[in-house]
Write a protein that binds this ligand. Structure first.
Ligand code: GRF
Length: 223
């Protein structure tokens, strides 16, 4: 049965688009029940409309506290019937009101966690001078950018590259690993023990990596 998603965005929504595209081309067995944004002008909402997906904007500035905003989001998400909450460039800190309301919340981060957590993972990695950065899909817990890691893509940092250039190349991998992680979840292949995430039979069929980089566990056909 298709995995029912609530996707939360704050901005451009290119990760949302990659999820939509993989659903539409049949690689990802999922259904988007709701796209929710805390920014009424987020382009992610326009993407949802273009694909006929239900969407809602809840302007966080209209709420008196983080908890009140989170409670409003919980209500909308519960009403849409999603199995899983997918944070895709959602730029608000979540309180326990939100975290405790759902069994499964996942996030994508543009760095190799636990390095360079926070809002500027790409820029911080480029400024620090690391030679390899990347992207991480992880479960969400009460600590920001902290939950168990599902999949990571390693992306070499090119000489003299700034955060924007690095971020653009990392984003290409984000668009592959996020739908892949969701498909593993849709297939019921993911288990978690303490901080360790196991993907059953991971690493068998591989899709070719066309850009420099490395994904672990390897991508499968269609991603
Ligand atoms: C991505 O880099 C994601 O990793 C981070 O925010 C960015 C969102 O990009 N959390 P988009 O809105 O999906 O294009």
């Amino acid at each position: 049965m298709a995995l029912k998603l609530a996707v939360l965005v704050s901005g451009g929504g290119s990760n949302l688009q990659s999820i939509i595209d993989r659903i539409e081309d049949g690689a990802l067995d999922a259904e988007i029940k709701l796209v929710l944004s805390n920014k009424p002008d987020a382009y992610g909402l326009t993407r949802a409309e273009k694909h006929g997906l239900p969407s809602v904007a809840l302007d966080h500035t209209a709420y008196e506290s983080r908890e009140a905003f989170d409670a409003a989001m919980v209500e909308k998400i519960n009403a849409c019937g999603a199995d899983i909450v997918v944070l895709a460039g959602f730029m608000r800190l979540l309180t326990s009101v939100f975290i405790n309301a759902f069994k499964t919340i996942v996030n994508i981060h543009p760095a190799l966690l636990p390095s360079f957590a926070g809002c500027h993972g790409q820029r911080d990695a480029a400024d620090y001078g690391v030679k390899i950065s990347g992207a991480t899909v992880h479960f969400v817990d009460e600590i920001m950018d902290h939950g168990p890691v599902i999949v990571q893509a390693a992306v070499p940092v090119l000489s003299g590259e700034d955060g924007d250039a690095l971020g653009a190349r990392i984003l290409e991998f984000e668009h592959r690993i996020y739908p892949q992680a969701l498909q593993w979840l849709a297939e019921g292949r993911v288990t978690v023990k303490d901080r360790h995430v196991f993907v059953a039979d991971a690493g068998k069929p591989k899709a070719p990596i066309t850009k420099p980089g490395l994904v672990n566990p390897p991508l499968e056909e269609g991603f």
